[in-house]
Design a protein around this ligand. Sequence first.
Ligand code: ADP
Ligand code: MG
Length: 361
Amino acid sequence: MARITLDHLAHAYKPDPQTPKDYALKEINHVWRQGGAYALLGPSGCGKTTLLNIISGLVRPTRGRILFDDRDVTDLPTEARNIAQVFQFPVVYDTMSVRENLAFPLKNRHVPRDRTAQRVEEIARLLDLTRVLERKASNLTADMKQKISLGRGLVRPDVAAILFDEPLTVIDPHLKWQLRSTLKEIHRALDITMIYVTHDQTEALTFADRVVVMHDGAVVQTGTPDELFERPAHTFVGHFIGSPGMNILPCRVEGATAFIGGKAIDLQRAYRALPRTERIELGIRPEFVRLQPRGSGLPVKVRRIDDIGRARIARVEMNGRALAASVPDNIPVTCDEASVAFDMRYVHIYADGHLISGEPV
Ligand code: ADP
Ligand code: MG
């Protein structure tokens, strides 16, 4: 187990990078504490796999250092880093039995036979693979093969960390739920640093104690699932996390008053620190925008009502801008003219995408 530090890390696949656009990873400074369950969350193409491969040593970074505890491993090959990695697609030896596949990473490191046998049994039990241990891997489904890959990643007890790169991609949806909680239990049982890469917020938020959100080659926020939801440090995080995501409303501000299409919103009531800039974005989750009858709030046009199980979400238009609002149970919405009211306690203020408002009063 180890603490993993990324120090001024940057990577460009292009040989002679010039502009920031040439970099798949821009400048990453980050510390993963020892023993945690972490998720690395971000949309496809934001640099998650690149970052994981740099930690494991499959990719050599253009700039910066990687440290395991205080040891600089930047120049060490993968084998010398003591990292286990599980990829998106199964990596199994078809000619071997499941037992041999699981034992392979230990055999490779000359772990004594009885210790290996014991560990294989333990991991097989955790992943519910015990009854197929003697089967040839080639005869198994993609689901099963990926479970074996997970097992191979988990089997070594002495690793600095285990990296999972979207490991449930090929797994059948109903089994996905189950495996997700299994992985969480396994983390508790093994107490090894785990970094779980995904573009799926549900996967990230259920697996991890702390989530690192990436966007466009950079880390934009690190926090607990609750922190990311309640206080997104960047409009990207607000919009990306939650379904539907946070409403982001660009507006003009004068003193303590924000203007959205000529309508004034008093910010003084909600915040101590007021923005010093003229153009801001207000961020507010649909949960805190209430749809109500026409005339009592900011006028909107209702475009659609979505029933998302736990709530009804209205898709409305305010001054030509799309907005999601909650529909209270006691409000029948039949007309297309309505209004919305913001719960000002939950309005965040952003400038150029970055959170500038203080704690709610
Ligand atoms: P993610 O895993 O978040 O989807 P990646 O790390 O795979 O993102 O990719 C980040 C960026 O780097 C993307 O723009 C991708 O096209 C580019 N990229 C990834 N791998 C390579 C490669 N081997 N050669 C060139 N560009 C790459
Ligand atoms: Mg990837």
